[in-house]
Design a protein around this ligand. Structure first.
Ligand code: ATP
Ligand code: MG
Length: 238
């Protein structure tokens, strides 16, 4: 059983796809590295990968690797790069790929042995299939990692976030914290009250609210790192 004060890493899940898991996990990898931690990364399943020659390119895994400055092989960081833009378990079936979950747990163990902590990005949310039998929640349990939930800031996020917290806890997972991320530039009145409401009803620490980032800055490692340092409480991510 892991010690909750000194985790081997964190598993980032979204309330949905496209909520900013890659941007935030990457920025945190950079910020924690700058703070002196040795940080490894994984995106065990990445679907919707573009093809370059004969190879599938997992863009999220590449971004995380760059932000952490990790030297591990991309095939270790992302053991399953899949072409179809489907949930990994569904994409694998469509592509006649049999998922061996031990490939992922073994890759994690190898990476974890080289770093102080490993930031692992899930595909979409908690109840996304990663094989014919297993959901993301099952994978998190196998890796024995606490969860960080990334959610939108806008109207509708209370419901999605609380559902994710409750389901994670009922799966026996530790939810270490919630990060709200403003992916849309549009103002939304619910954003003023959502953080406090989510923290009150979830009883999980709200680690921070990340503001909207202009397009020109979203690939800028230094800027992303300083943004999370000023908007996210890193003390619970040690
Ligand atoms: N705070 C933000 N401000 C502006 N744009 C953002 C912000 N966070 C993320 N984005 C953008 O929103 C899109 C989705 O973000 P990201 O790829 O990090 O989501 P994700 O949860 O990792 O998605 P997936 O489920 O596909 O892995 C990207 O184009 C990203 O640049
Ligand atoms: Mg992503």
């Amino acid at each position: 059983m892991q010690n909750s004060s000194a985790s081997r890493g964190f598993f980032f899940i979204g309330t949905d796809t496209g909520v900013g898991k890659t941007v935030i996990a990457g920025a945190l990898a950079k910020a924690l590295t700058a703070a002196g931690r040795r940080v490894g990364v994984m995106k065990p399943f990445e679907s919707g990968c573009r093809r370059d020659g004969g190879r599938l390119i997992p863009a999220d895994a590449l971004f995380l690797k760059k932000m952490a400055g990790a030297t591990d092989d991309l095939s270790l960081i992302c053991p399953y790069a899949l072409a179809r833009p489907l949930a990994p378990g569904v994409a694998a079936q469509a592509e006649n790929i049999v998922i061996d979950i031990e490939t992922v747990t073994t890759a994690f163990a190898r990476i974890a042995s080289r770093y102080d902590l490993v930031l692992v990005e899930g595909a979409g949310g908690l109840m996304v299939p990663v094989s014919e039998q297993l959901l993301t929640a099952d994978l998190i349990r196998l890796l024995d990692l606490p969860v960080i939930i990334i959610a939108r800031t806008t109207l509708g996020t209370i419901n999605h976030t609380l559902l994710t917290v409750k389901q994670a806890q009922s799966e026996g997972l530790e939810v270490r914290g919630i990060i709200l991320n403003k992916t849309s530039p549009e103002p939304d009145e619910a954003e003023e009250t959502n953080p406090a409401v989510i923290e009150k009803f979830s009883r999980v620490p709200l680690l921070g609210v990340v503001p909207h980032i202009p397009a020109k800055d979203r690939q800028n490692p230094e800027l992303l790192s300083s943004l999370v340092r000023s908007h996210i409480d890193l003390s619970l991510l040690q």
